[in-house]
Design a protein around this ligand. Sequence first.
Ligand code: 5GP
Length: 122
Amino acid sequence: MSGYDSNNIFAKILRGEIPNDTVYEDDHVLAFNDIAPQAPVHILVIPKGAYISIDDFGVNAGAEENKAIYAAIASITKDKGLSGDGFRCIANTGINGGQEVPHFHMHILGGKKIGPMVAHAA
Ligand code: 5GP
């Protein structure tokens, strides 16, 4: 997808310009603790490639990158002991989704019951 902003905060993290608390890394994926956690476990899982959103990623990422994101989520949630009680993954997308950082990221939230799927009814 054109229009990727290479100055977004996660691009800077990927370039090592801003520190992060890494919990997982492989050739395609970086995962780190969210700076403002909304749950006892709140981890952001991002592709190393330049994708704006989950739909950009879905259309333009390769098979290995797709596999790597889900493998990373499985590895992290197992490692953090979330598999038994469960967790939630969220990919906020665009204005209506409330996406603040325009680099595709999956939130992993766990360690307590996460609550209603949306904050309030439309
Ligand atoms: P979004 O609203 O785009 O789905 O979520 C962006 C997330 O990135 C937020 O949960 C926010 O706390 C987190 N965040 C923003 N800046 C930083 C940062 O510099 N470091 C880390 N670790 N997380 C950040």
